[in-house]
Design a protein around this ligand. Sequence first.
Ligand code: AMP
Ligand code: ZN
Length: 112
Amino acid sequence: MSPDMNCIFCKIVQGQIPAKKVFEDDDFIAFHDINPRAPIHLLLIPKPHIESLQHVDTSHQELLGKMLVLAPQLAAENGAQEGFKTLINTGPAGGQEVYHLHLHILGGRSAA
Ligand code: AMP
Ligand code: ZN
C-alpha cells in the first residue's frame, strides 16, 4: 500500500522523522519504542502501510510469516537472548494507538 502521510510510522519508513533503527530491509524496519515498557522494547513494522491486523488478507501471508521469523533474530541481536514477549494491539478495543501494523518485541528482566 502507498504511504499514508498522516501516519507516524510511514514517516519513519520515509526517513521524515527520526527513529533509533536497529534493522531495515526491503520489507521491514525495526526501531526502539519511544516509550519503552521493558528494558528492551522494539517495534517491528512492515514498510507498506497496513492499518492493523484487521486489515490483512491472504496477500499478506508471506510478509506476516517473515515478520515472525524476524522477531527472534532481532530479539537476540538486541540483548533478549533469554526470551521475549511479542504483542500486536489491534483496533480500539485492542488498545491500538498507531494505526500502522507493528509487532512489539519486549525483552529483559521486567518483560515477564
Ligand atoms: P500501540 O499502537 O498501542 O500498539 O503502540 C504504539 C507504540 O508506538 C507505543 O508503544 C508508542 O510508545 C510507540 N511510538 C509512538 N510514536 C513513536 C515514535 N515516533 N517512535 C517510536 N515509537 C513510537
Ligand atoms: Zn503507515
